[in-house]
Design a protein around this ligand. Structure first.
Ligand code: HEC
Length: 166
């Protein structure tokens, strides 16, 4: 009788040990899933990082912007009501590169101008004194700042448009 009791105890202990091991195993699996959630990984990959050349151009463009543009369009790209339009979310800044490059080379005295129902009466000066790289960089900067996200402007495109514009 004593022997049977011993055997039952051993079986019980073995069973509880095994189930304990199993639950430990599923615990670690769970921990692994929390530490490496595949969804989080995918989300991270969705935010595109600019390629190194674009990142360099954005950085160089920032100082061109601070020195030449921020006085009117403001550091945050928000513009000044009634005077200078915002660059944040501006279709013109994010759209076709040719008219954008031409605007910088020639300026615009087409005033007052209406953007999104608002009137701006200041004059956009010509920046033809900036070199091709400075223009490409500052445009790449405004297209990738203030929550804007558009393709980079190449130096060669600025060069081409400067040489063909009258
Ligand atoms: C003296 C103030 C002033 C400065 C400095 C200035 N801008 Fe402007 N900018 C304006 C005004 C005013 C307009 C709108 C006038 C127009 O398009 O006829 C404008 C328009 C623009 C637009 C078109 C926006 C739209 O939605 O139509 C872009 C892009 C732009 N500027 C970029 C720049 C960049 C880049 C610089 C610096 C290299 C710069 N501006 C410097 C006043 C300025």
């Amino acid at each position: 009788m004593k022997k049977i009791f011993q055997i039952v105890t051993i079986i019980c202990l073995t069973l509880s040990f095994l189930s304990c091991k199993n639950s430990e195993k599923s615990d670690t699996n769970l921990k692994d899933e929390v530490a490496n959630p595949t969804e989080k990984k995918d989300l991270k990959e969705e935010v595109p990082q600019p390629d190194p050349a674009t990142a360099k151009s954005i950085a160089a463009g920032e100082s061109v912007y601070t020195q030449n543009c921020a006085v009117c369009h403001q550091k945050n790209g928000g513009g000044v009501p009634n005077l200078n339009p915002p660059l944040k979310g501006a279709d013109y800044a994010l759209g076709d590169k040719k008219p954008l490059i031409n605007l910088l080379l020639k300026g615009s005295s087409e005033v007052p101008i209406k953007v999104n129902g608002q009137t701006y009466s200041n004059v956009m000066p010509s920046f033809s004194s900036l070199d091709d790289a400075q223009i490409a960089n500052v445009l790449t900067y405004i297209r990738n700042s203030f929550s804007n996200n558009a393709s980079a402007v190449e130096v060669s495109t600025v060069k081409e448009i400067r040489s063909t514009s009258d």
